[in-house]
Ligand binder design. Sequence first.
Ligand SMILES: [Zn+2]
Length: 264
Amino acid sequence: MQRMTETGLPFFQFETFPPGLTQAVFTRLGGVSSAPFASLNLSSSVADSAANLRVNRQRAYGALGYSTETLVHAHLRHGADVARVTRAQQGQVAGQVDGLITDDAGCGLAMNYADCAPILLVDARRGAIGLGHAGWQGAVQDLPGAMVRAMMAAFGSDPGDIIAGIGPCIGVCCYEVGEPVISAVRAAFADEAALLLAQPGKPRPHFDLAAANDENLRRAGVRRVENAGICTACRTDLFFSHRAEKGKTGRFGVLLALTKAEGG
Ligand SMILES: [Zn+2]
């Protein structure tokens, strides 16, 4: 990813993504919320004030020419359900899903994160995108693969045309896991040894969430995946981390949209 600035607000963009998109992985910087939500918390699922949230969303989405009312949102539930959306759902929560897909130019998608992996999909040939949220539960339930298959069914996407981005998430360096994560990963992935890394002198392994999501994407036929390679728990200066901040933290946002067509 590449660091950008718009109207003074820092954010990241995937370098391998094609033009014709609006994309932003926001950080925790540039907002008005105080600790533990300092400062650019974008989620109403934490105990931040509604007034702060309104200003933060204006700053973040506004920097890219969007607003809460021109983006489609989702109520995240750590599952593998995917919803196809259009501009008719702008300003709304499209459902209790962890994946949103659209081929509607100008229909922006938004989700929030703190350790779970942002999954971004772009099919420039079909003019379609997807945005997802995959922590360990999404990874073992194959949310990334479900998004790819939903794009194939809805838009005729060829997985070989899809470029994927895996955003900042908790890294294998910091993600010690126990049950039920270990058993679920063993059941879902053949190459569990590469995903559950034993720690010398420690009883519990570390889970490589980004690698698991990468494996899901490749099993679904996606060949080009850009991994942000940023650990949210190591970089609490830049991102919110549920694990590192013991649950008392905010959520950073991701925005993905097909650039609005002329007159659209
Ligand atoms: Zn780390």
